[in-house]
Design a protein around this ligand. Structure first.
Ligand SMILES: Nc1ncnc2c1ncn2[C@@H]1O[C@H](COP(=O)(O)OP(=O)(O)OP(=O)(O)O)[C@@H](O)[C@H]1O
Length: 818
């Protein structure tokens, strides 16, 4: 092989080429289809063909005999070999194996992961052949094939017919126990039947079988793996740490990448510094309409479900808005025409400059690999033996200076690898559109509680995270770098994937502009305080109330969880769906609540601890009850992002900032100062960092999505948060009235009115046996205290306090003030 010039650009082809497994995959799928047709045909034609196949066997290849099999002589021979000489009807199992193998190869998953499936399938095929022959062996058709006949015959001889029946029963029981892991001490016959039904339906629909006799591992709704014993996770396992889902995802991606990298590294052991271009796989934008995922459990009005008298049916939280349609992809703009071509000359130039610069510092390298992302290209460098990475790290600033391009970031070493990464911005950036992210399978198939399509990684892979696992997110960056677009991307992701019953948004926007369009979702997705005119909270005082109200909601949810014997919102909701929790005892379906504060700095500056404390409390405790926080700021200074905030927000997004110190404030490390803006971001979760190009969604697109939802039927009422009356707050309308001024029967009258939710003077008169004037006076006091609304003539007054707990809290406050 001619020695290549140092740094030569080359595109590797050969066995390591990613197209090879894809080709093999397609081959496998076609072979599966071929066998399927041949086998199916055999079921109908075996009688006609069998004699000819026996007489001529492989000579059939040479003769010109006509065969009845739909796939001719070859089809007849192959199916005969499989059915008659092999495994009978169980031969169809091979079709299944080939289909799975094909899919596996096409997705370029490591072969090691296919082995368990293969071994299980082969075992099942063998057992099925034996079983079929044992049960149906007397018939003409070769039900179990030669294998089934041979083994079943030998076994029958060895243990006798009854012995063999026992053996089969034993095997089935063992498999069921292994799969279902029933709790025998609690299991009733009905439950056992139910479990078995679930398991079998699970097998048919390929959904995981679930054990109903004990708590499930509810920390994630990702589909369980096919690992045997997956269902055996003890219910007492601690909840996974916030990182788990993302950790899993990263681990999964890493595993695939490692495998690819290992293969490539093997192929590239040349000793020369060649540039290998990794043209990472692009998301294939799927432009077909997305009709939304199947509705999942979410919050809804209990009344709707109570109409369903047949309580054996699970509760469907989406029922009240059952005709709700999820937004469709064409509402978002298709930017695929703005595709940027890879400029090889630019890659070449950058690579030469990197090699030269490093040589100036006496750093020799053996390999250099380029991964082209939408915004930057990552040059991954393997230093020559003997070059210490710490030396490169120390020279980081000098190298960046010498490379002198805006936005260079050096990662020395790349975590988990002995290589060094240098990210260089591409001259022409490739926009990542929201539409392509949402159209990608990773998002469409995401089984997450709160899936968010953030954008694409440096290697062009679509990046989807579960906000519920983060569990709260801090977003910061200098003005104009993509923060608002990022928040819209998060909200749009949720709107595309969730039913209004499943998630509620509490939106706080002191700037009064960014989140304003969402106010149209008042009757679908928004939650706010009762009596608030605008569904988006803007005023500081209201914000404090909203935050405290969320703390009350959190406490109430904890009480409900405790009463319902659930550890977290998922367990609770699952119980509710199964109708194991009684709505008459206060139980209700709990939607996830996502609080978004756009521009957090203004609030901290004006309200300080009053805002910081409830946020800190929510961030510490609210995740188990499904309340998640996203707070954003364009002023990433330490007096805004305080210790309390930082300690409770392990997931942080940094857009470009002007100074390294700001980057440290957000991420605890530099890097954000070297970003290039326009949605280029660093996401850090528990210290692990990924660079992403944020998905772009323009305001008109957001408005289209909002319109699409707002034009549909919504709930009759918005989702109200519990009322909160602050300590220092004037009781609305109370004026100079003190507790001592109130009528003795005031509290009783208040309780009466709130419990009946009916503000009528005559009811007070009648039920408390008071005269008309006294009852009228009490009603005036109730109005002054904000318990009822103003008089509406002959109609009953509006009751402004929604439940008795709220009222008791209010009365207690009132007594303490006297
Ligand atoms: N993901 C992205 N891809 C491409 N361009 C983007 C992206 N995000 C933002 N931009 C560009 O940057 C501009 C500013 O973005 P954005 O309004 O989100 O910034 P911001 O940080 O919220 O600013 P401000 O704090 O002033 O509101 C956008 O109008 C758009 O042109």
């Amino acid at each position: 092989m001619a020695k290549k010039k140092k740094g030569q650009l080359q595109l590797k082809l050969g066995l390591n080429d990613e197209r090879v497994p894809k080709l093999l995959g397609v081959l496998s799928l076609f072979f599966a289809l071929y066998l399927f047709i041949a086998f199916t045909s055999y079921l109908f034609t075996w009688k006609i063909d069998q004699d000819k196949v026996f007489d001529f066997s492989w000579e059939l290849l040479r003769t010109d005999l006509e065969m009845a099999n739909w796939l001719g002589r070859l089809g007849a021979i192959i199916s005969d070999k499989f059915f008659y000489w092999g495994f009978g009807l169980a031969s169809f199992g091979f079709v299944y194996v080939l289909v799975r193998l094909g899919i596996h190869l096409i997705h370029r998953r490591p072969m090691a992961r296919f082995v368990p499936l293969l071994s299980r399938a082969v075992l099942l095929i063998l057992l099925a052949a034996i079983f079929l022959d044992f049960v149906l062996g007397q018939r003409e058709f070769p039900w179990g094939g030669a294998f089934g006949e041979g083994v079943a015959g030998w076994l029958e001889n060895f243990v006798g017919t009854i012995g063999l029946i026992f053996l089969f029963l034993l095997l089935i029981s063992m498999v069921l126990i292994w799969k279902l892991n029933p709790n025998f001490s609690e299991l009733t016959f009905d439950q056992a039947v139910e479990e078995l039904k679930n398991y079998l339906t699970g097998l048919i629909s390929r959904k995981p079988a679930r054990s109903t006799s004990r708590a499930e591992n509810t920390a994630t709704n990702n589909p369980p793996t096919l690992r045997p014993g997956n269902n055996n996770t003890p219910s007492s396992l601690p909840e996974p740490k916030p990182m788990t889902a993302r950790g899993e995802q990263l681990a999964f991606e890493l595993e695939e990448k490692k495998e690819a990298a290992r293969k490539k590294a093997e192929a590239l052991r040349t000793g020369d510094a060649e540039l290998e271009i990794q043209e990472a796989e692009e998301a294939t934008p799927q432009l077909e309409e997305q009709n939304g995922p199947a509705p999942q459990p979410g919050a809804a009005n209990i009344a709707a479900s109570m109409e369903n008298k047949d309580h054996s049916e699970p509760y469907d939280p989406t029922l009240e808005l059952s005709s709700y349609e999820y937004p469709v992809l064409p509402l978002l703009k298709d930017y695929s025409d703005q595709k940027v071509e890879i400029d090889r000359a630019e890659l070449e130039q950058n690579k030469d400059q990197i090699i030269e610069t490093l040589l100036n510092y006496k750093i020799e390298i053996t390999k250099i690999r380029a991964t082209i992302g939408p915004t930057v290209t990552l040059y991954e460098i393997v230093p020559a033996p003997g070059v210490r990475i710490s030396r490169i790290k120390n020279l980081e600033d000098d190298i960046a200076l010498s490379l002198a391009a805006l936005g260079i970031r050096i990662i020395a070493p790349i975590p988990g690898k002995g290589t060094i990464g240098i990210e260089v911005p591409n001259k022409k950036k490739q926009m990542v559109s929201m539409r392509e992210v949402l159209a990608h399978d990773k998002f469409k198939r995401a089984k997450m509680d709160l899936p968010i399509g953030l954008g694409k990684t440096i290697s062009n892979e679509v990046f989807v995270v579960d906000l519920a696992k983060m569990p709260h997110l801090l977003v910061a960056g200098a003005t104009g770098q993509g923060k608002s677009v990022g928040i819209n991307a998060i909200l749009v992701s949720l709107l595309y994937k969730k039913h209004p019953s499943q998630v509620k948004l509490v939106l706080i926007d002191p700037k009064k502009v960014e989140l304003f369009p969402y106010s149209r979702l008042e009757h679908h997705f928004l939650a706010f305080l009762p009596g608030q005119d605008e569904p988006i909270t803007t005023e500081t005082n209201r914000v404090i109330h909203t935050l405290n109200s969320l703390c009350i909601e959190m406490d109430t949810r904890y009480d409900l969880l405790k009463k319902g014997g659930a550890r977290n919102i998922k367990e609770y909701n699952e119980k509710f769906v199964k109708r194991q929790l009684n709505p008459h005892k206060g139980h209700r379906f709990l939607p996830f609540i996502v609080l978004v504060i756009d521009e957090f700095a203004d609030l901290i500056m004006t309200a300080g601890k009053e805002v910081e404390l409830p946020i800190g409390r929510l961030a510490q405790l609210a995740r188990a009850v499904g309340i998640h926080l996203i707070i954003a700021t364009q002023r990433p200074s330490v007096n805004i992002i305080t210790g309390v905030i930082k300690a409770n927000f392990p997931a942080r997004i940094a857009y470009k900032v002007t100074a390294k110190v700001d980057s440290r404030t957000i991420l605890d490390s530099g890097g954000a100062d070297q970003l290039i803006g326009q949605g280029d971001m660093l996401l850090s979760v528990g210290g692990e960092m990924v660079r992403l190009q944020g998905a772009f969604v323009d305001t008109p697109e957001v408005e289209q999505v909002i319109d699409f939802i707002a034009e549909q039927k919504g709930y009759p009422e918005p989702f109200f948060l519990p009322e909160y009356h602050g300590d220092d707050e004037e009781i609305p309308g109370a004026g100079s009235l003190t507790y001592a001024d109130l009528d003795e029967e005031f509290e009783n009258a208040a309780r009466l009115i709130v419990s009946n939710q009916h503000g009528s003077t005559s009811m007070i008169q009648r039920r408390l046996k008071l005269g008309y004037n006294r009852a009228g006076r009490i009603m005036d006091q109730l109005e002054a205290m904000g318990i009822v609304g103003p008089s509406e003539g002959s109609k009953a007054r509006e009751v402004l306090v929604y439940d008795e707990i709220e009222l008791e809290r209010f009365l207690k406050d009132l007594r303490e003030r006297k």
